[in-house]
Ligand binder design. Structure first.
Ligand SMILES: CC(C)(COP(=O)(O)OP(=O)(O)OC[C@H]1O[C@@H](n2cnc3c(N)ncnc32)[C@H](O)[C@@H]1OP(=O)(O)O)[C@@H](O)C(=O)NCCC(=O)NCCS
Length: 187
């Protein structure tokens, strides 16, 4: 594109925000792939089916005509530290050619609205360290970075290092038994 010949700005008003449908699978798969998680339409159809059976999840699409140009997935979670449930946004992507036109803001608003209706008192978002663009976006919506995410490949049963170093505790007495007693002063 040459200077002075900017493409007309696509306005968010031409996009519609609505609940995701099974027929969105192919476009949502393309968005997940764009996000860095290669996904086939068939895989996404299956994921949307599984997620759709749980009332704890909510999926929203932004559509322009027949095309899905953005997607957000949210879930409600229950905690051990407080009574009220909290919300999580677990997937968010806007098609590259549609970014900076307010679609992401509309999608997050739709997710927050559902979470709030479901009783969530806060919304948590995990975002990879390298996703600088997303961090700017979340900050613009009032989110603050409050923690660090730790990740390790493999499931708990394949976690051999953990099995080696953490003693198996089967009884309350065993908890005390795994501690080394401190040497007594003067010994
Ligand atoms: C993050 C993302 C969803 C934002 O969607 P979007 O539709 O472009 O966002 P909006 O147009 O609603 O942006 C709202 C505001 O957020 C901020 N913002 C958006 N993109 C930004 C960027 N790249 N850098 C800094 N701030 C940004 C701006 O303040 C923007 O307002 P402005 O355009 O008037 O300056 C989109 O960039 C995307 O899909 N990125 C790739 C996938 C991704 O990282 N997903 C999040 C995974 S955790």
């Amino acid at each position: 594109m040459t200077r002075g010949t900017r493409a007309p700005k696509k306005r968010p008003e031409s996009a519609v925000i609505r609940d995701a449908r099974s027929s969105d699978a192919a476009d949502v798969a393309a968005l997940m792939t764009e996000l860095g998680y290669p996904t086939t339409p068939r895989q996404m159809a299956s994921r949307l089916r599984s997620i759709g059976t749980s009332g704890d999840y909510h999926s929203v699409s932004a559509v322009d005509g027949d095309e899905v140009i953005g997607f957000v997935g949210a879930m409600i979670g229950y905690g051990f530290e407080c009574d009220a449930p909290h919300g999580r946004i677990i997937a968010l992507a806007v098609k590259e050619s549609w970014r900076r036109r307010g679609i992401g803001t509309l999608l997050v608003a739709a997710a927050e609205e559902w979470l709030s209706r479901s009783g969530a008192v806060a919304c948590i978002i995990n975002s990879g360290k390298s996703r600088f663009n997303a961090h700017g976006f979340y900050r613009s919506l009032g989110y603050r970075a409050t923690g660090i995410r730790f990740a390790k490949a493999g499931g708990p049963t394949s976690n051999t290092a953990m099995q080696r170093t953490v003693p198996r505790v089967t009884t309350l007495a065993g908890i005390g038994g795994t501690r080394r007693s401190r040497p007594k002063p003067g010994r």
